[in-house]
Design a protein around this ligand. Structure first.
Ligand SMILES: Cc1ncc(COP(=O)(O)O)c(C=O)c1O
Length: 464
């Protein structure tokens, strides 16, 4: 037991005598972590040492630690001391994530600065994952699955999941979906790779700005990328006539956050009908909307010219690697033919668990709960940014803070010095030269208990 721990003990762990000692210990530890008095990464004493110091049974302390670990406050790994979980339990900058803070075009965090606070875009709050419901659905799915389903994966995905998705997407997103037109994928990233192979060679129009790692997929599949400019009404609906496809994010443009204007929705569909091109609708965060009526899927306007693409990466967890494509009839066979080229099928048991989660209503309940959590976080972030220019706030799990020229890169560096990981806009432009600057602030990444502190660090990092 270190001296600093001893002082924390005196302050925070005055446990009342008598019953409820374990609960009191949990409360005290939670409070100390929330207040930042036990900072992220701090080692905490062994159960033996703490039990001795507090006059508790060792089991009581172990149970309290297990509870706090399950809640995301503590991090345990075999053979290593128990520590306070980092903000989001994030890996050090640049490791284990798709993008370093600021993405490819922005400065990386100084070497060795661990990420303690994480406002990067792209991940939901993993602490909110519905573990118990998932386990129940998995157990039920496994108990009921015929042996044959374990022996051979259906390249379209499990029929149970396709049926559940067809019903859910029709109800919740206005997608016209038949189970036979659905192909389950390992996330949208794989789905886009499949589509590129099914559509190529040719040109794909991609929003400018857009998610950078998607921009790298098309050329790998033999397609040329053409930029599709974006303004406050979303993507411009005029891809080149010769383009095979246009990839758009109509519900919440990534990353700028506009909703595609109704006229442009119609114009894009007209483009596809006129030219024989395909609109690919990336509905990556369509379930999360706050200030407005839900915007239904563009696919509902014309399912023979629009591919609807969804993912579990924002609603559940990106680590699941689960997504789905709802395809025009003419693309079903080419997508299935491309499947072996991009790494094969999606694990059967995970599909069954998701099917059960959706069909049993637990998925809807989870999304509603997380929507409330993210709305609260968005509001707190807006308070922190009061008086500054922001956009894309009505939906999704991120918003954009506009910055004057020359401020983006220094701000990311300043944040990194404080252990705060930030994404800038630069990486998302097709060519970042002379493009508007800003931060893309993902407010879903931190665990609940670290969020207030994360915003406090952001506040001190921002220019006055
Ligand atoms: C614009 C966009 N599309 C799609 C996705 C989802 O990709 P995947 O399903 O491969 O995790 C993300 C996730 O970060 C995203 O930001």
């Amino acid at each position: 037991v270190t001296d600093s721990w001893a002082s924390s003990l005196d302050l925070h762990l005055e446990l009342p005598a008598g019953g409820g000692r374990r609960a009191a210990l949990e409360r005290a530890l939670r409070a100390a972590i929330r207040d930042g008095r036990l900072p992220p990464g701090e080692r905490i004493p062994s159960t033996r040492a703490l039990a001795h110091d507090l006059g508790l049974a060792r089991n009581t302390v172990a149970e309290a630690y297990a509870q706090l670990t399950a809640e995301g406050y503590l991090r345990t790994s075999q053979g290593a001391p128990t520590r306070v979980a980092a903000g989001g339990d994030a890996p050090p900058a640049g490791r284990g994530r798709r993008a370093t803070p600021g993405g490819a075009g922005a400065p990386a965090a100084p070497r060795g600065t661990p990420v303690r606070f994480d406002l990067r875009v792209g991940v939901p709050d993993a602490g909110g994952f519905p573990r118990a419901a998932w386990l129940r659905a998995l157990r039920r799915g496994l108990a009921g699955v015929p042996d044959a389903a374990l022996a051979h994966a259906d390249p379209r995905g499990r029929p149970e999941l396709r049926a559940a998705l067809a019903a859910y997407l029709g109800r919740a997103r206005g997608v016209l979906a038949e189970p036979d037109r659905i192909v389950v994928t390992s996330g949208f990233t794989q789905g886009f790779g499949l589509l590129c192979r099914a559509l190529g060679p040719g040109t794909v129009a991609m929003e400018d700005p857009c998610l950078h790692h998607l921009r790298a997929i098309a050329p790998a599949a033999g397609l040329t990328v053409a930029p599709l400019p974006v303004d406050e009404q979303g993507a411009r609906p005029d891809p080149p006539d010769a383009a095979a496809a246009a990839l758009v994010t109509p519900a919440h443009q990534f990353p700028l956050g506009a909703t595609l204007a109704p006229r442009r929705r119609a114009a894009l569909v007209d483009w596809a009908r006129r030219t024989g091109g395909i609109v690919i609708e990336d509905d990556y965060d369509g379930e999360f909307r706050y200030d407005r009526q839900p915007v239904g899927a563009l696919q509902g306007l014309d399912p023979e010219h629009v591919v609807y693409a969804g993912t579990a990466s924002k609603t559940l967890a990106p680590g699941l690697r689960l997504g789905w494509l709802v395809l025009p009839e003419r693309l079903v066979a080419p997508v299935l033919e491309a499947r072996p080229l991009v790494g094969g099928d999606t694990p059967v048991l995970d599909q069954l668990a998701l099917a059960g989660l959706i069909a049993g209503g637990a998925f809807d309940r989870h999304v509603r709960r997380m929507r409330q959590r993210y709305r609260r976080r968005r509001d707190a972030l807006l308070d922190t940014l009061a008086g500054r220019r922001v956009r894309g706030v009505a939906a999704g799990l991120h918003l954009v803070l506009d910055l004057p020229p020359g401020e983006e890169a220094p701000l990311i560096t300043r944040g990194a010095e404080e252990g705060l990981a930030l994404d800038g806009l630069a990486a998302y432009w097709h060519d970042p030269k002379d493009r508007p600057e800003g931060l893309v602030l993902g407010y879903a990444a931190p665990p609940e208990h670290a969020y207030a502190q994360t915003l406090a660090v952001l506040r001190t990092s921002l220019p006055r």
